[in-house]
Design a protein around this ligand. Structure first.
Ligand code: SF4
Ligand code: SF4
Length: 377
């Protein structure tokens, strides 16, 4: 069955600016049917790693918050902590990064709540009973919210080819343990050369899975549940994730996690993709390379698969900009992708089949790849 994806471009006039168009887009996509007065609405986005500048502009979020508040509901902005030790690894640092990137109450007029708590352990197990997982582990405050709005920056991604709604939800709402579930099927490993035997990881491992031997940390894989805490607490960066998951399996796991989140929000969710500054890499990186195509617009839908399919199609229909990583001469490791209709994501990541993410998501009932694109005037 075909789903509807609503679309606005970035054209604006004195009479109708872009923020007014954004308000109209959300209304057209059915916001008022999805949330009610006094409900707590989780607006899930990526606050951007420090050093990255491609993430969604805070002023756009202010409009989204304003439109949600106009229904009488109570929105808050949220994201879950990262698995790796960056600038968003635990709630205090995550909140500081969000504020430094402009997501402050004085700008947004909504509070920030880190979905999986202080250390990424505040999680809720949600049953999915799919190929890879019986249960998925989601940041509890997302589960506790009455309604859910995913606001994703649509761009390229090193592991999934592109990153949009499915990734914003599947990976983005997972607790640290949930993120580990998707990236690896084995315990993290200790780089012995880097370990100074300080014992910090031992003190933080709730499973007593780490011990010191000969002044070096060792992990007992039988006891480890993959919570990732030791990765974050080690200041020497000695505990490392074993990124051993094959790309198709990673995509399938991510889709199952997204299904887990959305099964708790039936009829209570809305998805928005910003297709601007389409950088080749994730907003998790502490930098962003030049956008692959010109700014295209914003799409909104109640179908998380249709919105991503429509976004990929819009990017691939556009011609590539000059002076991007796609401008490098074709050669080994470089695919097509420059012209209108060419696959930009395969151009950047020739070995990643981004379509698998959509195929699997559709196969588990997350949504439909068939869609009708409806411009909102
Ligand atoms: S925290 Fe890091 S450096 Fe300290 S014992 Fe654990 S692995 Fe080694
Ligand atoms: S991942 Fe969690 S359970 Fe496993 S060793 Fe590290 S802290 Fe312990």
């Amino acid at each position: 069955m075909s789903s509807t994806v609503y679309f606005i471009d970035f054209r604006a006039t004195y009479k109708k600016n872009f923020l007014a168009k954004l308000d109209g887009l959300m209304t057209a996509a059915g916001l008022n049917d999805r949330i009610k007065k006094r409900e707590l609405v989780a607006i899930k986005l990526h606050f951007g790693e420090l050093g990255n500048t491609a993430f969604i502009r805070p002023v756009y979020l202010r409009q989204i918050v304003k439109t949600v508040k106009a229904t009488g509901a109570l929105p808050f902005l949220t994201d879950a902590n990262t698995l790796y030790a960056g600038t968003r690894g635990h709630a205090p640092q995550h909140l500081v990064t969000a504020i430094q990137n402009g997501f402050d109450y004085s700008v947004i007029e909504a509070p920030l709540v880190i979905a999986d708590g202080l250390r990424g352990r505040t999680e809720t197990a949600v049953p999915v009973n799919k190929k890879w997982f019986k249960n998925v582990f989601i940041g509890s405050e997302i589960i506790n919210a009455d309604a859910f709005i995913s606001v994703a920056h649509f761009k390229g991604h090193e592991l999934s080819g592109y990153g949009g709604t499915i990734k914003n939800i599947g990976m983005g709402c997972a607790s640290r343990r949930g993120k580990m579930d998707q990236h690896s099927n084995v315990a993290p490993k200790v780089k012995k050369k880097k370990c100074i035997g300080c014992g910090e990881c031992v003190a933080h491992c709730a499973q007593h899975a780490i011990f010191l031997k000969d002044k070096k940390a060792h992990i007992d894989p039988e006891k480890c549940i993959g919570c990732g805490e030791c990765i974050i607490v080690c200041e020497q960066n000695a505990v490392q994730i074993q990124w051993n998951q094959s790309v198709p399996v990673f995509m399938e796991k991510m889709a199952e996690y997204a299904k887990g989140v959305l099964d708790t929000k039936t009829g209570k969710s809305l998805f928005i993709n910003f297709i601007n500054h389409v950088s080749p890499g994730c907003d998790c990186l502490p930098y962003n390379d030049a956008p692959l195509v010109g700014d295209i617009g914003v799409v909104a839908s109640t179908d998380p698969v249709a919105i991503d399919q429509a976004s990929v199609d819009l990017v691939n229909k556009a011609p590539a900009l000059h002076h991007t990583c796609l401008s490098a001469p074709a050669g080994p490791g470089k695919g097509p992708g420059k012209g209108p209709g060419e696959d930009k994501f395969k151009g950047v990541y020739p070995h990643i089949d981004w379509e698998h993410q959509l195929e699997y998501a559709e196969s588990i009932g997350l949504g439909s790849r068939e869609y009708a694109l409806v411009p909102v005037e």
